[in-house]
Design a protein around this ligand. Structure first.
Ligand code: AMP
Length: 190
């Protein structure tokens, strides 16, 4: 299966992507994780992404698209993948369409985790205390929500128009949400 997992910062995408990838036996690919590990290793990509990430801005499409193109070409993606946090811009949607067309494949579904903004802010503030991410400060948290609303939320309508969007309530325990996601995918699993 070829899936996207979308949702605002703090909606639990990373946690649910890991569970779903195990359940379905496909790799979960988080562009945010790839940027963070590049930054930890001080690679050229990581250093280029750092300034954007620390401000809560999106890394430019050229950099993000190139890394996704490389990652999707890897052997472990041949039978499917779950993209977590990509695409986030209209330009990235176009790039992903091109990559999949070149591969002769297509998306099976786009899963959206829906969570209201007060819950998101609370979750991210709690995570800040635990993980100490450079983009989990109060001001940057707020900005990331705005960037999502402006640049990424409109993509949901686009995928809905293609008949691919499945919206799942992202409020509840990790197990509850995982269960809802699994159920919502049932019609798509042969
Ligand atoms: P995430 O872990 O998905 O919340 O991503 C953390 C940060 O990485 C984002 O705030 C962006 O700065 C950057 N990032 C991750 N994915 C993308 C993407 N698809 N496009 C642009 N920037 C991204």
């Amino acid at each position: 299966m070829r899936l996207l997992l979308m949702g605002p910062p703090g909606s639990g995408k990373g946690t649910q992507a890991a569970l779903l990838s195990r359940r379905l036996g496909i790799p979960a690919i988080s562009t945010g994780d790839i940027f963070r590990s590049n930054l930890a290793q001080k690679t050229e990509l990581g250093l280029a992404a750092q300034a954007y990430m620390s401000r809560g801005e999106y890394v430019p499409d050229e950099l993000t698209d190139a890394l996704v193109r490389d990652r999707l070409a890897a052997a472990d993606c041949a039978e499917g993948f779950l993209l977590d946090g990509y695409p986030r811009t209209l330009g990235q949607v176009t790039t992903l369409d091109t990559i999949l067309k070149e591969q002769g494949t297509h998306l099976d579904a786009v899963l959206e985790l829906s969570v209201e903004v007060e819950v998101l802010t609370r979750r991210l503030t709690e995570r800040a205390a635990i993980e100490g991410r450079l983009d989990d400060t109060e001001e940057v948290i707020r900005h990331r929500q705005d960037v999502y609303a402006e640049q990424t939320a409109p993509l949901l309508a686009l995928y809905a128009g293609r008949g691919l969007l499945v919206t799942v309530d992202g409020v509840g325990t990790v197990d509850d949400v995982a269960q809802r996601l699994a159920e919502s995918l049932r019609p798509f699993v042969a």
